[in-house]
Write a protein that binds this ligand. Structure first.
Ligand SMILES: Nc1ncnc2c1ncn2[C@@H]1O[C@H](COP(=O)(O)OP(=O)(O)OP(=O)(O)O)[C@@H](O)[C@H]1O
Length: 124
């Protein structure tokens, strides 16, 4: 039987996965930067806690799916360096999952920032 890993080791490996993915995946860095900017804007416009919680949720969803996408890409590359229609399907579907989450994140962001930005610009 495999010996049980300590919580510290589990946490360390998970963090290594996050850092390695940020280091190698440009899209993940772009989404990370967008998340920092959106969070700063939410604080600047004093969005209500529930709106900030919703933003945190969609940010976590997009970043998590980027990490899963990275894992799937690495696994596919490990299994086959050759062109294969199943490899294409796995990678395209994983990228599609990130795209769907990112599009809905943008829509949610527009809905949440629309009023405070108009107010700040003096239109309401
Ligand atoms: N082994 C393969 N067989 C078939 N198609 C592949 C294979 N590897 C990659 N592809 C195709 O090329 C696309 C890009 O794959 P790649 O591994 O280069 O991802 P990437 O450009 O690094 O993605 P990301 O920008 O998200 O990191 C895939 O979505 C898929 O359509």
């Amino acid at each position: 039987m495999k010996p049980k890993r300590k919580w510290g080791a589990v946490f360390k490996h998970a963090l290594e996965g996050v850092f390695a993915s940020f280091k190698t995946q440009r899209n993940l860095r772009v989404h990370g930067a967008a998340a920092v900017l959106v969070t700063a804007a939410a604080l600047f416009f004093r969005l209500p806690p529930r709106d900030i919680a919703l933003l945190m949720l969609v940010i976590a969803l997009v970043i998590s799916l980027e990490l899963v996408n990275t894992a799937i890409e690495a696994t596919v590359d490990l299994v086959t360096p050759e062109w294969h229609k199943l490899a294409k399907m796995a990678k395209d579907a994983a990228a599609g999952a990130v795209l769907v989450a990112a599009v809905f994140a943008v829509i949610i962001g527009l809905l949440l920032f629309y009023e405070p930005v108009l107010h700040w610009l003096g239109f309401t």
